[in-house]
Every structure is written in C-alpha cells, then in structure tokens.
Unconditional design. Structure first.
Length: 244
C-alpha cells in the first residue's frame, strides 16, 4: 500500500462476508428473481459500458451466480471471463446453472490471486460496499489490470440504507450481510486514491419498484438531475473508470 494513501478499514472481515453469502447461497437466485428486472439492470447497463472486443479479458468480481457472464457472452461470445467469488456456496450455484464458466475462488478482496497487468476489463457490481478494505480492493483491481483498462463498478449509495432496511423488514430476501453503503463522493475519492480515472458517474433506479410507467418516470427524473442530490437517491450508482 502506498504510504501517501490513508487506510480505509471497515469493522468486519472478508471472511465475515464469505460466511454471509455461503449462508444464503441456496436462496440467492430465487430471491433475486422476485425483483428480476431491477436485479438484471446492473448487467444490462454495465456491459454496455465495458467497451468489449474479441481480445478482452474480463474479471467479474464478485461473480456470485455468474449471471453477468451470460450478458457478456451475448455481446462478445469469444471474450474470456474470469468469475472471481469469495463464497464457495455461490460458486456451486453458479457451476450448477452455468457449467461452462471459469471460476476462481478468492480468500480476500485485498489480495487477489492474479498476476499484475492481466485483465483489460474489470466488472465489479455491488461488491465495494461489502469488502473489508475498499481502498486496498480498488488498488488490487488496479494492479491486476492493464494500462488504460476499463472498469465498471456499481454500488448503492448511503441514502439506500433506510430503504434497504424497510424492504428487508417487509419482504425478507437474502440480505446484504456485512456492508456499508458509501456516499458517491467517498467512492470518487477512493477511485482517485487507487489510480482510477472516473469517466462517468450515473445514479439509476430512482423508483426501483412499482408499475413500469412509474419506474420510467423515475428514470426520466434522475437522468435529468445527474450530479446533484436527486441522483444520489438512485439505489444503484454506476462508475465507469479507466486505469491511469
């Protein structure tokens, strides 16, 4: 870790995160299917920003049930995708559903088992909020990627904590386990300190549930008011970055 970069440590460990996802692995897909359109929005948007070509080598972390690999395959079937996951339980689910995928088990988000400068694309969706040390995680993603690599990252903002707790109380679900939803300004600082240049930041899903017309109105509103507090109310924030 560079001496000029401050530490960024959460109160749980990566092993705690592993325990949570192992405990909900058997219900993970079924619970996500209850909100399928909202769940899959992350894949549709992220893959459209990855700038895929036939030579791309993609790191998908955390891969969970590896559904993102299917979306990548639809755009560029020849792309190599490495699905990295901390939960052995979710890896078993992914293998059952998609036996053709390549998976790698990781033990820590702060020490990834990949060589320097290997990946040309990084896909990390709803992971940053869970890791023990977000800064070290982003620095590791920087280390394992090639110069000018593209990274697409998503995570909920801090404003999503109360809606998440209300939804979980009313409807259950697989839960998030150990997590801390960061404000967008914090994510931008982390990206800058870890060597990533932010090229696009977009808040999405202002109205994640309800009839399609209402959700569409929500997206019209949030698209009109990007880079202000209204965009911070979107439950999924995307960050498109380039390695510098």
């Amino acid at each position: 870790m560079r001496k000029d970069v401050p530490s960024c440590q959460n109160t749980w460990t990566d092993s705690d995160v592993e325990v949570h996802w192992d405990s909900v692995a058997d219900i993970y897909v079924a619970e996500n299917n209850r909100v399928k359109d909202v769940h899959d929005q992350r894949f549709r948007y992220a893959v459209s920003r990855l700038k895929l070509d036939e030579q791309a080598i993609v790191l998908n972390i955390s891969s969970r049930d590896a559904e993102a690999a299917e979306y990548i395959r639809m755009v560029e079937p020849s792309v190599e995708v490495v699905n990295a996951e901390i939960s052995a339980g979710l890896m078993r689910v992914a293998h059952t559903l998609r036996p053709w995928i390549k998976q790698v088990k990781i033990e820590s988000y702060s020490r990834l088992p990949f060589p320097d400068g290997f990946f040309s694309r990084i896909l990390t969706l709803e992971t940053l909020e869970h890791v023990e040390n977000p800064l070290l995680f982003l620095m590791e993603l920087h280390r394992v990627s090639i110069p000018n690599a593209t990274m697409v990252l998503s995570c909920p903002p801090s404003t999503s904590e109360i809606p998440y707790r209300i939804y979980t109380f009313l409807f259950g679900g697989h839960g998030e386990g150990p997590h801390r939803f960061p404000a967008s300004r914090e994510v931008k600082t982390l990206l800058q300190n870890s060597g990533w240049q932010l090229e696009e930041h977009r808040g999405t899903l202002l109205v994640p549930v309800g009839p399609p017309w209402l959700k569409n109105i929500g997206e019209v509103i949030i698209n009109r008011f990007q880079n202000c507090f209204i965009s911070e109310l979107g439950i999924r924030q995307f960050y498109v970055c380039r390695k510098i």
